[in-house]
Design a protein around this ligand. Sequence first.
Ligand SMILES: *Cc1c(COP(=O)(O)O)cnc(C)c1O
Length: 427
Amino acid sequence: MRTFLSGQLNELREQGLYKNEEALTTAQATHIGVEDGRDVLNLCANNYLGLADSPELIAAAKTAMDKWGFGMSSVRFICGTQTQHTTLEAALTSFLHPRAGVSSDGAQVDTAAEVAATETSATEVSATEGDDEWDTILYSSCFDANGGLFETLFGAEDAIISDELNHASIIDGVRLSKAARFRYKNRDMADLEAKLREATASSRFTVIATDGVFSMDGYLAPLPEICDLADKYGALVMVDDSHAVGFMGQTGAGTPEHFGVSDRVDILTGTLGKALGGASGGYTCARREIVATLRQKSRPYLFSNSLAPAIAGATLKVIELLKESSELLTRLRENTQYFRQRMCEEGFEIPESTHPIVPVMFGDAVVAAKMADAILARGVYVRAFSYPVVPMGKARIRTQLNAKLSKDDLDRAIAAFVDARREVLGS
Ligand SMILES: *Cc1c(COP(=O)(O)O)cnc(C)c1O
């Protein structure tokens, strides 16, 4: 087997598909140290709000560890659950689903911080809600949230219709289910409708599954159209909002808020490992009966540890920060708009979107790789993506912006792109 695997690994190297990992010598941040001792500007992280090295989050994590310990050493239904986990679930519900946080008299439910400060239990929180149909369940990753979703809720009588570019964790989660499987072309509503017609002819429940944002292009899923089709055919809508939660939409609740369809999306999954602090952890937010069923039957919840106390504590802090101030969201939006506009002015090909994932298209895989090397040599860390990660002939450098980049940083990055292009392409 060693000989076989070595052969396979060599093949990957020969095809240029071998993935090297850049070793960082510092915290994940806007400027990072790399192994050759240089300090480089970082345009490669999912750290959209720049919170990954935030002193406030680190302090919150330490406070949580002092109070709640390092770990729980098992799963919740056996060894118990900490009230900060249930508090976080309630805080995520009201953050992700603003309607659930509004009491019958229209007043907003307390912020996570106030909830935590008064040690209100999750049951008391929900008792204050006028519309408490929604709930959230934590997982140790979004990969697990997706992995434990479909097989728990959808059986052989049901159908799952999935966008062809959905994240690997949705694909794997769907594979575990016995439901009939359909795949539609990326964001293609005519194809989705054809698949809905076919699926709903014989299925009991039908669910449309989509990423909120497609991470290679920075394109948003057309949620209003998807919800319209779901209504027309009596299907449910599931959105994995990992690349949007924390910053898309007016309060950062994600793509459903961005499109004004928060109460039309039935199941939301997402990660705590990108904008919401950047450590790890995931969740599913859905109607109460769905979440209650997941707590009973979802295998990654039942058979894997829940979030470490430090992450639960720090995530509560992130939600508090986002409720207190929209400054990070505003800065991320300004940075995104500035970088997109300036790069277009410099003649780079950028797919149209408003998302902080900004792919710079080169087409040819060798050119994209040479550009990435030349840009890194100029002190800006970027990576090239080529086939099979993206379609043949659509090689690109995928940049990702964050709220902590300064205008100087952005100007430096743009200059590095322009200068590298002169070296690589002579233009
Ligand atoms: C990053 C990502 C995940 C995985 O999240 P983890 O919490 O790191 O497991 C799942 N789905 C999508 C769409 C993602 O972008």
